[in-house]
Design a protein around this ligand. Structure first.
Ligand code: G6P
Ligand code: MG
Length: 215
């Protein structure tokens, strides 16, 4: 019998590749302010809330804006981001995700979402994945962003599962730190060199099975 009774998933970059749309929309904002945003700089924004991401971007460009202007720019970025997301279909779900979630359901392992995004439900609906999740903890619910463990601790509580019996799937450094701080098994989706703190790192869900989480 496995120790893992619940799996908590990040959304962007784990369930669906929205990271490219976040990057595109943030890059446009940076360009409008007169500087560029590299892919490497974008890595720092993964898992980070919208307003915190904006602060990081403004610091990169050495630009200062009033609070009012920041809200305006962030709203504009979100509208652009959502417009890009609306092109998505269920086929945009990352390879292997559906099969892995089906396996979890088959094994009666609970499934939850832990995302900093305020758009989580809209995006899950768009790719027809909403019904898989027994709980959704998103950016509208949390008061402390990743790397704080709040998002995953709330998810575990909703699923009535002690943190030690939860696994977290994350593509962001901040998300892995959040999972570790919550006392959960941290599974990195991406590159080992970036997600070095994770307990396990895999490039994606293709060929990944529940038994790969260990006993
Ligand atoms: C996720 C993404 C971040 C994004 C954050 C907030 O964590 O990885 O890049 O900034 O969600 O997303 P939102 O959709 O609310 O702007
Ligand atoms: Mg992510």
């Amino acid at each position: 019998m496995s120790l893992i009774k619940a799996c908590l998933f990040d959304l962007d970059g784990v369930i669906v590749d929205t990271a490219k749309y976040h990057y595109q929309a943030w890059r446009q904002l940076a360009n409008e302010l007169g500087f560029d945003l590299t892919l490497e700089q974008n890595e720092q924004l993964k898992g980070i809330s919208r307003m915190e991401s904006l602060d990081i971007i403004l610091a990169i460009g050495g630009v200062e804006l009033s609070e009012e202007e920041k809200v305006r720019r962030a709203t504009e970025k979100n509208a652009r981001y959502l417009e890009l997301c609306m092109q998505m279909t269920p086929e945009d779900t990352l390879p292997g995700v559906r099969a892995f979630l089906d396996e979890l359901k088959h094994r009666s392992v609970k499934i939850g979402l832990g995302s900093a995004s305020k758009n989580a439900k809209v995006i899950l609906e768009r790719i027809d994945m909403l019904s898989y999740f027994e709980t959704i903890v998103d950016g509208n619910r949390i008061t402390r962003g990743k790397p704080d463990p709040q998002v995953f601790l709330l998810g575990a509580e909703d699923l009535n599962t002690p943190p030690a019996n939860c696994a977290v799937f994350e593509d962001a450094v901040a998300g892995i730190q959040s999972a570790i701080a919550a006392g959960m098994l941290a599974v990195g989706i991406g590159e080992k060199s970036v997600l070095a703190e994770a307990d396990i790192v895999v490039p994606g869900f293709v060929g990944f099975h529940f038994s790969d989480l260990g006993d």
